[in-house]
Design a protein around this ligand. Structure first.
Ligand code: MG
Length: 342
């Protein structure tokens, strides 16, 4: 018998309307993928992001194509994922879901969590940052005071009120801050000045200071930056690592952008070779996807895996959180199961 695929959409509702430099929204659509073989169901999740031209409909289309072309044995997953990659262009979220579901299947078949199969020590898990979205200053202060158990906060900037925002957070918190400019600065001189000021406020790093297409400005900014610069929008599945290393000190690897766990592992190796720092990030997503990324989190410098903490109706359970660090379940595979069946 060859494996089969099933999928369905789930809507995840945000605790706080999520505002970043690109816009605002109250919910996201995730797609749960089941990889079914020998009576074992491997689970994967896609969180398509319109920023990268992916939607729930295009993700379902990609699943349909995978199912129609036929699936090989999960034990030959490298061959299968390579074929899917050449059959379907883009659709990184769908490919990530397939890879995740196959790895979950393998873990369940072997009866071991993935981190154990891959030789990763979950006790070296770095703290995750907790995202604070853009809002008025009183609300930002209130949100910060709600999360004292996180060592690190990630602050989304809007490019207009950045100093007021950081100043008001510093009034109430001494937590380590990371800032995500989300391509918000278009003037490189201003970016350099803002970064210098942020460094004086105990900020640890800056994610995506300028728009992704401003390659020369970013190459100018890197040696002048007082803080490490991490590529997010500038880094995607087929990125040119030499160009990235010229513009940034590190990369934010997200399963939904690079196409899955195998690709993420390959990027971690490549980034280390090029002496790039590594942040492991996520989309707003159920803990199913966050637990998948969490399997690799002990390998990276900066963990930014809070997508499931930003929603109020996570359909999955099994992933813990202790003192601001993800606690991976010792259950097989991803260590995650739906709320209504366990
Ligand atoms: Mg970002």
């Amino acid at each position: 018998m060859t494996p089969t695929l099933k999928w369905h959409q789930v809507q995840v509702d945000l605790k706080h309307a999520f505002t970043i430099a690109h816009g605002s929204s109250n919910h996201r659509t995730n797609l749960v993928l089941e990889f079914i073989h020998e009576e074992i169901v491997g689970l994967g999740l896609a969180a398509p992001n319109p920023r990268y031209g992916e939607t729930p409909a295009s993700t379902e289309q990609a699943f349909q194509t995978m199912a129609q072309r036929g699936l090989d044995s999960p034990w030959r997953y490298r061959q299968l994922l390579e074929r899917v990659d050449s059959d379907i262009s883009g659709s990184y979220a769908a490919k990530a879901a397939l890879d995740m579901a196959i790895q979950d299947w393998i873990g369940k078949k072997l009866g071991a969590p993935l981190y154990q199969i891959w030789g990763i020590n979950p006790e070296t898990m770095p703290p995750t940052s907790m995202t604070i979205g853009i809002d008025n200053l009183d609300t930002v202060k209130r949100k910060v005071l709600e999360v004292p158990h996180f060592e690190v906060l990630k602050i989304k900037l809007d490019g207009k009120h950045d100093r007021d925002l950081i100043g008001c957070i510093r009034d109430v918190s001494s937590q380590t801050l990371r800032v995500d400019a989300n391509e918000g600065w278009v003037d490189r001189e201003k970016a350099a000045r803002e970064i210098e000021w942020l460094a004086s406020q105990g900020v640890e790093l800056v994610e995506q200071p300028m728009p992704a297409h401003l390659h020369e400005d970013m190459a100018w900014l890197k040696p002048r930056s007082a803080l490490p610069l991490i590529a997010d929008e500038s880094f995607h599945g087929s990125a040119d690592v030499t160009a990235l290393a010229r513009e940034f000190h590190g990369i934010n690897i997200k399963l939904m952008k690079c196409g899955g766990l195998q690709q993420a592992k390959a990027w971690i190796t490549l980034a280390r070779y090029h002496q790039l720092q590594i942040m492991l990030g996520c989309m707003v997503a159920s803990s199913l996807a966050i637990a998948a990324a969490g399997q690799l989190a002990p390998m990276v410098d900066f963990v930014d895996l809070d997508g499931h903490l930003l929603i109020k109706n996570d359909p999955f359970q099994g992933l813990g959180l202790e003192q601001g660090r993800l606690q991976l379940s010792s259950a097989p595979g991803l260590g995650i199961w739906p709320f209504d069946t366990h």
